[in-house]
Design a protein around this ligand. Sequence first.
Ligand SMILES: Nc1ncnc2c1ncn2[C@@H]1O[C@H](COP(=O)(O)OP(=O)(O)OP(=O)(O)O)[C@@H](O)[C@H]1O
Length: 147
Amino acid sequence: MERTFLMVKPDGVQRGLIGEIVGRFEKKGFKLVAGKLVTVSKEQAKAHYAEHEGKSFFDSLITFITSGPVFAMVWEGDDIIELSRMVIGKTKVTEALPGTIRGDYAAHTPFNLIHGSDSPESAEREIANFFDESELVPYAKSIATWV
Ligand SMILES: Nc1ncnc2c1ncn2[C@@H]1O[C@H](COP(=O)(O)OP(=O)(O)OP(=O)(O)O)[C@@H](O)[C@H]1O
């Protein structure tokens, strides 16, 4: 079982796509174990995107991600890091295939609706940047045992 950090970016929240995006991961069978609407601080944003510091788009990326509320989430599932990035689609909107979240809804690369961790190390760091361990809700039973 693996955990990942997913975040509906400010464009997704403003466009009313939280439900649509959450639904895609629910339908895939993953478990939502934490979720909250938050405004990202500059410090939190810089920590989140530290790997891009110094790049030409870094300042505008920080401005964008702090421009309005995001919906930050932690999800669990087998191979969820790789699978969730397939559900999300490619970073560049011109490469994001129809059927992926970005392929279906994003038209400009900086405004690509959702972030997903790209490795277990990133997931751990990103979850800790947004959540206390106590905010992650353990499921007593799998839903599969109730239906
Ligand atoms: N060339 C670029 N021009 C403008 N913005 C970019 C560019 N490359 C990346 N970005 C922005 O920076 C974010 C982080 O880039 P990264 O390469 O980590 O892609 P990603 O892992 O698909 O996206 P994210 O980390 O947001 O999930 C992208 O989602 C996009 O919003």
